[in-house]
Design a protein around this ligand. Structure first.
Ligand code: RIB
Length: 408
């Protein structure tokens, strides 16, 4: 079985920065590196390094020859990679000192994939082959329809997600591999399990793999739900973590591996990728993954319902709730936990604690005769002015006025 990956090839301009620049801010970077990248190219390399026979199809610009070289050196067949007039696609990537990234794409040659070119390439593949696609080239819906007509299996990584993708008939796909942001865009659901349920309900035959960063991944396959934890590593650069996972996963299932084992190996491979800098250069070979898997430890955190864990922790520790403690419970860094809280419950940790404390204070004001200072002590505020301000912000009344109104 051959993998045909119709995908992007980018030149990645990677700027190392202290933090990702925010609107209105100007920031000097510490370093600029140029790497081969593009979700398509990264996934082809990952699949080939995992041992599959991979053909990469797409378009590069006149300045993109080095991308072809990188693919060839990694064992990817480039017979269907065409050089077109104009600039190659590129990505402007910021990588923070925490290893997080933000990416701006210039599609360039990647948007020069025409229907004629698609037809020409697909002539060479048939029902025993598998098509891999992302969303960084032109004519994605057309490629899916044509490959489906030929009876090819199709694996789709809807990255980056955009509204146009909603027009695709996902019943034509065999595998859907996506991350939390893409799942949220597609399903409108915040919780990974809700996204899985939504997709499964609409497309019962689809095998869905939802990657959730340090929380691992969830896979809905036939009537099973499988979960795989992420591996703990020192994060240098998260770029291409998802691409490595996708390429490895597909390569493993093509080789006849069980889904469970494929998930484990793909998670390990993507952990190795995030511990190195750059997209393509950090994607490991299978030998490296085999060796790393013996050394690395999985996160033991089994629950994926993080919002429930966050709310429960605050409820049960109203007086003393703090981010350090919650980070310890999750086994993540404080920075990652802070970001996770915002992502999961839509507000910062301190806002969530403030709200819970005021809610509890409101209950006590309503149903007891406790003095304000007793209530403040009971809910964990140390500063009375601060409490009064927060309470008023939330209930539009001062605490005493609130009590009067409620006890009338
Ligand atoms: O997934 C990472 C990739 O996204 C980068 O290599 C960049 O080129 C963008 O396509």
């Amino acid at each position: 079985m051959k993998i045909l990956n119709f995908g992007s090839c980018n030149i990645d301009f990677v700027y190392s920065v202290e933090n990702i620049v925010v609107p209105g801010e100007t920031l000097s970077s510490n370093k600029l590196d140029l790497f081969a990248g593009g979700k398509g190219l990264n996934q082809s390399i990952a699949a080939a390094r995992a041992g599959a026979v991979v053909y990469h199809a797409g378009c590069i610009g006149s300045d993109g020859e080095m991308l072809k070289d990188v693919l060839c050196e990694s064992g990817v067949n480039t017979d269907y990679l065409y050089t077109v007039k104009g600039k190659n696609g590129h990505a402007v990537i910021q990588v923070s000192s925490q290893g997080e990234n933000s990416i701006v794409l210039y599609p360039g040659s990647n948007f020069m994939v025409t229907k004629e070119l698609v037809d020409k390439v697909l002539q060479n593949f048939g029902k025993d082959d598998i098509l891999l696609l992302q969303n960084e080239i032109s004519n994605v819906p057309y490629i899916i329809s044509k490959a489906y007509e030929k009876g090819m299996k199709i694996a789709f990584n809807p990255a980056p997600f955009d509204e146009k993708l909603k027009a695709i008939d996902f019943n034509k796909l065999t595998y859907l591999i996506l991350n939390e942001t893409e799942a949220m865009g597609f399903t409108g659901k915040k919780e990974p399990m809700d996204s899985i349920a939504y997709i499964k309900d609409k497309y019962p035959l689809l095998t869905v793999i939802l990657t959730v960063g340090k929380e691992g991944c969830i896979c809905s396959y036939a009537d099973k739900i499988l979960k795989q934890s992420a591996y703990k590593v020192n994060v240098v650069d998260t770029t291409a973590a998802g691409d490595t996972f996708t390429g490895y996963f597909l390569s493993c299932v093509c080789k006849g591996m069980s889904i469970e084992k494929a998930l484990k190996i793909s998670s390990a491979a993507s952990a190795v990728t995030v511990s190195g800098m750059g997209a393509a250069p950090s994607i490991p070979t299978m030998n490296k993954v085999d060796a790393a898997i013996k050394e690395m430890k999985e996160y033991t955190n089994s629950t994926l319902n993080k919002s429930a864990v966050i709310y429960k922790y605050i409820d049960e520790n109203l007086k003393t709730a703090n981010l350090n403690e919650l980070s310890r419970i999750f086994g993540y860094t404080k920075e990652y936990t802070s970001e996770l809280v915002k992502r999961k419950i839509g507000v910062s940790f301190s806002c969530a604690v403030k709200k819970k404390r005021c809610e509890r204070a409101a209950e006590l004001l309503k149903s007891t005769d406790m003095s304000i200072s007793e209530i403040i002590e009971e809910v964990g505020y140390s500063n009375e002015t601060f409490f009064r301000e927060n309470f008023k912000e939330l209930y539009s009344f001062s605490p005493l006025k609130y009590r009067k109104e409620k006890q009338k």
